[in-house]
Write a protein that binds this ligand. Structure first.
Ligand code: F6P
Length: 463
């Protein structure tokens, strides 16, 4: 078996003296898949993400005791255009419905060159897989970085069984039609080349199938036959997470958080600084809570653990500044000499994130659109105080957890403030009942179930 993902389990940076420094790959995908592949003979194919990774490959240092790695060396210009411009600014925005249509996107000649880079990037990975995959093996391709791989692999290695799993939403037809005709057509044709395509929820699968049912998109793709598809939601590595949260580092972070909040009730969020996560509206909802429900003033703290992401993109840098500015403004307006309403941390600190999930009273997960949202599941698993989950209807996890979470429309700031009030006011018995049910829903599925579903799709579904 081969697994393909843009970000691999190991990456490198240069330190100040120019020496290579290894670090584990970040993000939910790597932390969920890693434990499943560790110690197996699966081959993990991923891209070099910059000069340090390429140097590590050249020096033979891109090796890991736990995994068999196949790094694919990509030059900087190709990688930046494929990752920043196409994957993160075009496809991410398209599938999350984040385009600001009166102004963007603008598909000009520079963008066309970026699309060609995306094609080259997919082709390099397809070539590496084709050269290395044993006959008749299964290739599990993760995410929107590799939409074109299905057709490329079907042409080069028809013996392979290939699955594409999409960790993000899939655009509705009207949004996919925003892409230039050629790109929309290539994308659907590329995906149609896979043996099967998987999604976290039936909603994204429905959007995917609707694109092939759309006459004009089908014409662009050259086919109205969607590939076989399936739904399977991902879970974290439960045992690994629980043991990590029991570590001394997390215990120290619990104490620090209690000091920072002064032992007050805690409304928590843990996210990358990412437009789809809706961090600013979450802060505005917290402010409206203080305004409309004065009994919570000085009694509750919003702990926002939001860490950097995709810093090569101007939108992300602007969002980081807006998040900081909004927290400062609210603290200035509402804070007192002894109470800071919003405690904001912008450095990624995993022990602190896990510690906060164990002790929060309310976990706010309010994305405008999200493939799944693993934090919602992780919070339900780790929380030790019968915390309440306030969850966006637009998160893929809503389909699984709606019975026990409090649902919110992520665009409705007042509605979110009301939900926070309801969560903070909920009596102990109801919180306990909801938290126990949430936990059982999360425990009902493991990361291995998700892997098995992909393997089953590869075996049982024929082209
Ligand atoms: O949720 C989709 C996803 O691509 C994950 O697979 C990944 O962990 C996360 O977004 C972060 O993305 P990136 O690897 O671009 O930082």
């Amino acid at each position: 078996m081969l697994v393909v993902s843009n970000r691999g389990p190991l990456s490198f940076t240069f330190d100040q003296e120019g020496a290579l420094t290894p670090s584990p790959g970040g993000g939910g995908l790597v932390s969920s898949i890693g434990p499943l592949l560790a110690g197996t003979d699966a081959i993990w194919v991923s891209a070099t993400m910059g000069a340090a990774d390429r140097a590590a490959v050249a020096q033979g240092r891109m090796v890991d005791d736990n995994f068999t790695l196949l790094p694919v060396v990509i030059d900087d210009d190709t990688y930046r255009a494929a990752y920043d411009v196409v994957a993160n600014t075009t496809l991410w925005y398209c599938h999350h419905h984040l385009f600001d249509l009166p102004r963007r996107p603008r598909f000009d000649r520079h963008w066309q060159q970026a699309w060609e880079a995306y094609r080259r990037y997919n082709q390099s990975v397809a070539d590496a897989v084709s050269a290395r995959a044993p006959a008749d093996s299964t290739v599990l391709v993760q995410d929107y970085h590799f939409s074109l791989l299905g057709l490329m692999l079907a042409a080069a290695r028809p013996d392979l069984r290939t699955v594409h799993f999409c960790h993000i939403p899939f655009a509705d037809p009207n949004m996919l039609r925003v892409l230039p005709d050629r790109a929309a057509g290539e994308l659907l044709a590329g995906l149609a080349g896979f043996t099967a395509c998987g999604f976290h929820t039936s909603r994204w699968e429905t959007g995917f199938r609707a694109c092939y049912a759309d006459a004009s998109l089908a014409e662009l793709a050259g086919t109205d036959a969607a590939p076989p598809s399936f739904v399977s939601s991902l879970s974290s590595d439960h045992e690994g997470l629980l043991s990590e949260a029991a570590s001394p580092a997390c215990a120290r972070s619990v104490e620090q958080l209690r000091t920072e909040t002064g032992g007050r009730r805690m409304v928590l969020r843990v996210d990358r600084v990412e437009p789809s996560k809706n961090i600013v509206r979450g802060m505005l909802a917290f402010e409206e809570l203080l305004e409309m429900y004065p009994e919570w003033r000085d009694k509750v703290v919003h702990v926002a653990l939001v860490y950097p992401s995709r810093q090569g993109l101007a939108d992300y840098l602007a969002l980081a500044a807006e998040v900081t500015h909004t927290a400062e403004r609210i603290n200035h307006a509402w804070g007192t000499a002894t109470w800071i309403p919003i405690v904001l941390h912008v450095e990624d600190d995993r022990p602190r994130s896990l510690a906060a999930l164990t002790i929060s009273d309310v976990l706010l997960v309010n994305p405008v659109r999200d493939g799944l949202n693993l934090v919602a599941k992780e919070g339900a698993l780790l929380n030790q105080g019968d915390g309440v989950l306030v969850l966006s209807h637009e998160a893929g996890a809503w389909e699984e957890l709606s019975e026990s979470a409090l649902g919110v429309n992520p665009f409705d700031v007042s509605g979110t403030a009301d939900a926070l009030h309801r969560a903070l006011s909920m009596d102990r018995a109801e919180r306990r009942r909801r938290a126990a049910h949430l936990r059982s829903l999360v425990l009902a599925r493991t990361a291995s179930d998700w892997l098995e579903d992909q393997l089953a799709a590869a075996q049982s579904l024929s082209r």
